[in-house]
Write a protein that binds this ligand. Structure first.
Ligand SMILES: Nc1ncnc2c1ncn2[C@@H]1O[C@H](COP(=O)(O)OP(=O)(O)OP(=O)(O)O)[C@@H](O)[C@H]1O
Length: 192
């Protein structure tokens, strides 16, 4: 990312190698979500994002987002039935994340916050992104499930997927990330 800024947040300059994880933290309202959305080309922004030399501005947004996938803190659902969202997710993956295959027949409405979080993550992973942008991805999970998610993401990183992980928990970021970036309350970006 070069000179990335959105609504007075940034500019942010950083590179992420394949398989690396950048942690992003900062106070509530600093602009972490907006910065992730800018990386995903979901918000008008300045600056340039490149993936393997390809510029986001030279690609249609949906094509960019197939490679650079944003997992929102509150995932969106477009069908009343869970199964419609996870057609590409196998039963073994569901099991790993604590679900029986019958979850496909559940209504989205009945899902708990943590169930939504896990299913949304599985849905994004099934698409095989090169970069995953995670906005507080384990905020609704218990300690055991947090470990499941961390282990799964570590395995994906072994396969080359890069991650930006937004979290308020500095200890957790210290565990999962190679480098920590910070937005302060004025939107100033710094990276260790
Ligand atoms: N489309 C928008 N236009 C203008 N301001 C916005 C827009 N979306 C969000 N904001 C504001 O930008 C600021 C940063 O929001 P953002 O959601 O990125 O913060 P955050 O760092 O992710 O916060 P939190 O840790 O609470 O989730 C907030 O003050 C928010 O109200």
């Amino acid at each position: 990312m070069t000179g990335l800024s959105v609504g007075g947040i940034g500019p942010a300059d950083f590179d992420i190698a394949a398989g690396a994880c950048l942690g992003l933290t900062g106070p509530s309202g600093a602009g972490k979500t907006r910065l992730l959305r800018a990386v995903a080309d979901l918000e008008p922004h300045e600056g340039e994002c490149r993936l393997d030399g390809r510029s986001a501005s030279a690609m249609p947004g949906p094509a960019w987002r197939r490679s650079v996938s944003f997992v929102a803190a509150e995932p969106g659902w477009w069908d009343a039935r869970v199964g419609a969202h996870i057609e590409m997710v196998g039963d073994a993956d569901l099991d790993e994340f604590g679900f029986a295959p019958a979850v496909r027949d559940w209504s989205v409405e009945r899902l708990s916050a943590g169930e939504r979080q896990r299913l949304a993550l599985l849905r994004h992973l099934a698409a095989g992104p090169l970069v995953l942008l995670l906005d507080e991805p384990v905020s609704h999970l218990d300690a055991d499930l947090i470990e499941v998610v961390i282990a799964r993401l570590a395995a994906c990183r072994q396969d080359g997927m890069a991650v930006i992980w937004v979290d308020h928990d500095g200890d957790r970021l210290g565990r999962v990330a190679d480098r920590i970036a910070r937005l302060d309350s004025t939107g100033r970006f710094s990276c260790s």
